[in-house]
Design a binder for this molecule. Sequence first.
Ligand SMILES: [Zn+2]
Length: 576
Amino acid sequence: MAEKRHITGENAADRMTYVGEVFTIGERKRKRDILAKLPKEWSALHDGGDIHIHDLDAWGLTYNCLAVDLREFFPYERFNTLSAEAKTIGLFDFLKEFLTKLGNEQSGGMAFVNFDIEAAEVLERLGIPFEKINDALLRAAIASFYVWCNNSHERMGKVSYYVSLNIGLAETDYGKYICKIILEEFAKTEATIFKPNIIFKVKSGINAEKADGGYSLFQKALKTTARKMIPTYLLCDAAPNKDIAPFKIAVMGCRTRVVADKYQKCGSVGRGNITNVSINLPRVALEIDKSGIEGSESRAVRFLEVWDNLAGTVSEILEARYKALIDERRADDFRTNLRYNLWCVPFNGDSLDEVFRHGTLSIGFIGLSEAVEVLTGKKMQKDKKALAVAEQIIKHMRAFTDKKTDETRFNYSLLATSGEQLSGRFTELDGNRGFTHKALKKGFYTNSFHMEVDSGLSAFDKITKEAPFHSYCNGGCISYVELRESPINNAVALEELIAHAVERGIHYLGFNFDMDICSKCGISGMFDKCPKCGADEITRVRRVSGYLEIVDYFTSGKKKEVKHRTHNRIEDEEVE
Ligand SMILES: [Zn+2]
């Protein structure tokens, strides 16, 4: 009986429990209620697909995501009387308990800023010196934590928690050892385990170069990526990050980045995104196309005017949502935040504003590639002028969010939206509006500022072309290199690509390749029929929205994107 079950079918069943079903019904109703309550103009923009208000159900209830430092809130006293073994297991039990509670208190992800360093210090403070670590036990605890992150579909009764571990900067023996086993144990997990998200921070002087103490960890990270697509790489020496202390910066798996703060708490620790709204860039371009304005230049100018107008409304929406959050909620409603004092400033009485003002309000965007194609008739990956228009647009959008930060009391940022749920939704709604431009034909819009997934660019070219956009997207972005197959014997190529990315100014980089897993014997590779046991029940794991997912669960737009992907060659490339 067991052999007959499809792994995919089993997971799908997990995702719709009784609790999950009731949550989903409530979620839908709440979204409708919120839309009915908002000014008609705003609801119409969302319903019509000009914009997307993310996590609408959380309106007035909670913020989006948060990055924390474990050392600052770990309940050491609770562990005082335990044996060293119980403390080791207890650390990871605590993490599961903590993430479950926090994960149900907010709408988005949870990240540890330097998990290897933090875990090492916690263990040391618990009275377990480096010399006395029980290696087997600690490895087992970490492996079990991975299984939990991946398999616990407890969040909303249907999905796992969005957990991100930023690692790589450890310099002590203890920290480096934790980093090493985090990577080794992840590489060893069975093929269907692809959570938590692990982000390896690359920094010269610490791990980027051969002479650096952590270089072997960087190598280990690359080998793990070659097997599992995880970790992804936060490039601390790249232009957008080089002026920030590397220990203070982290990203969420979904790519959210929180750094600047007008209230003097710069960095990611104890801060997060409060809320974000994404703008459908192709829609703006399609309207201009329809209006009959001629000439690329005039069309681009008009595009920016229309975008400004839309972004003005989006800012009103973001600020109204922020106000609803601090007016309708009390510190008491955030029990885990409160108990562990997770934000960069303490919750003080009931003024949530004192705390949440350190978060960001983000304006996101999707489909820069299609918008430029509609405006100029050219594809930005092929045409220099089209690429220049793309840069003009992104520069303008960032100037807008910077101006908003100056003029208001909020930390605005520009987010390169991943497009989860969005890319297919916008295309469909644009089709419903009667637009028939060829840029709509493939059925999805390209993620943020990315070059099209079937651009056919070499990996080096893709990095070179996308790099300039990274400095503008201070609310988060990522570039991906799509590889033909798992680069299992080619970690050197990954290292060269990372060096090129740092030089060009890529802030965050990931490597994707097709990962097909045999549901019967568990081997992974790229196949329709298992080469080992001949089974044809295959689970297909792909990354399309920051987190790895099984293809069955993708939205229709994302499924179409997966079909369109071509690979970025890494063979025989010359770095300029
Ligand atoms: Zn097999």
